[in-house]
Design a protein around this ligand. Structure first.
Ligand SMILES: [Zn+2]
Length: 81
């Protein structure tokens, strides 16, 4: 389960639990994400770093050790692993 802080187009913030990021995408596409304050469905993630309730099941993405910049410095996941 992942807790996302969501934000509507009127800058209301609220939190919603999702099974995973695909669950978020599916509910967003289906228009099921709605601001509890104004009912707006123009909702997006307010922050990029969700809280994770359990240890992530997915392994850390691989990068090229010793690559340009050294270690993870040059990969897309720099600073995340
Ligand atoms: Zn709102």
């Amino acid at each position: 389960m992942i807790l996302y802080t969501l934000r509507c187009s009127h800058d209301h913030h609220f939190e919603e639990w999702f099974s995973n990021s695909a669950d978020y995408d599916a509910k967003k596409e289906a228009g099921e994400l709605k601001c509890p304050e104004c009912g707006d469905t123009q909702v997006g993630k307010a922050i990029m770093a969700p809280k994770v309730a359990k240890a992530a099941a997915a392994p850390a993405p691989a990068c090229m050790p010793g690559g340009a910049g050294g270690g993870c410095g040059g990969c897309a996941f720099a600073g995340q692993h």
